[in-house]
Design a protein around this ligand. Structure first.
Ligand SMILES: Cc1cc2nc3c(=O)[nH]c(=O)nc-3n(C[C@H](O)[C@H](O)[C@H](O)COP(=O)(O)O)c2cc1C
Length: 182
């Protein structure tokens, strides 16, 4: 074990990892979608998720104003859209329209769920905690949805090596799936 920079140690732990899309909406503005690597389950009963969102994100404003969000787990069909939502801001672009993201109405509110995701969770924000330059929003799951196709694969944030198949790439971000060829 050798002591090193924080950046080098983090590089060893951050890929592969799951990804999420969070849909938020406030007032009569359109729904917006942010890509997140920082999210986790935090309670079994009631089911809860925590998401960590940068203070400067447009989504931060929407999540602070309307205490509801949809946490959506993207499928491999959504590789390009995940990187588009993660590199452009809803301040300048209507991501759902521009990136042809298929949505449908959920049950909790007018925040839509994502049709091509493997699962969607409609959440009510219970509390939030400031964490440096991010805020952790904790949401209780009110309604859950799964894709009707059981073979649809979950999209991952992946390292650049032969154990994974890259499906989209922007800068240092690579998303894809596990390479199952032997
Ligand atoms: C793979 C990936 C993971 C990301 N993870 C996070 C995250 O956990 N938290 C966060 O605040 N931003 C994260 N981002 C950056 C935001 O998605 C990005 O800044 C986005 O453009 C913000 O959109 P908004 O301004 O419409 O809210 C991630 C981006 C990518 C591509």
């Amino acid at each position: 074990m050798i002591q090193c920079d924080y950046k080098n140690a983090v590089k060893r732990m951050d890929r592969p990892s799951r990804l999420a899309l969070v849909v938020s909406k406030s007032g009569n503005r359109g729904a917006n979608i942010i890509t997140l690597g920082w999210f986790m389950r935090t309670s079994i009963q009631p089911p809860m998720f925590a998401i960590s969102v940068g203070l400067t994100r447009y989504s931060h404003e929407l999540l602070s104003e309307n205490r509801k969000f949809v946490l959506s787990i993207p499928s491999t069909k959504m590789a390009e859209q995940v990187l588009q939502c993660g590199t452009q801001t809803g301040m300048n672009v209507n991501k759902i329209e521009e990136f042809n993201i298929k949505v449908k109405r959920g049950k909790l509110s007018d925040i839509p769920i994502l049709i091509d995701a493997v699962a969607n969770f409609e959440c009510k924000t219970i509390t939030q905690i400031r964490s440096g330059d991010h805020t952790i929003f904790i949401g209780e799951v009110k309604y859950s949805w799964q894709n009707e196709n059981p073979n649809l694969e979950q999209l991952l944030s992946i390292p650049d090596d032969e154990n994974y198949v890259a499906l989209a790439k922007v800068g240092n971000y690579i998303v894809g799936k596990i390479n199952q060829d032997d």
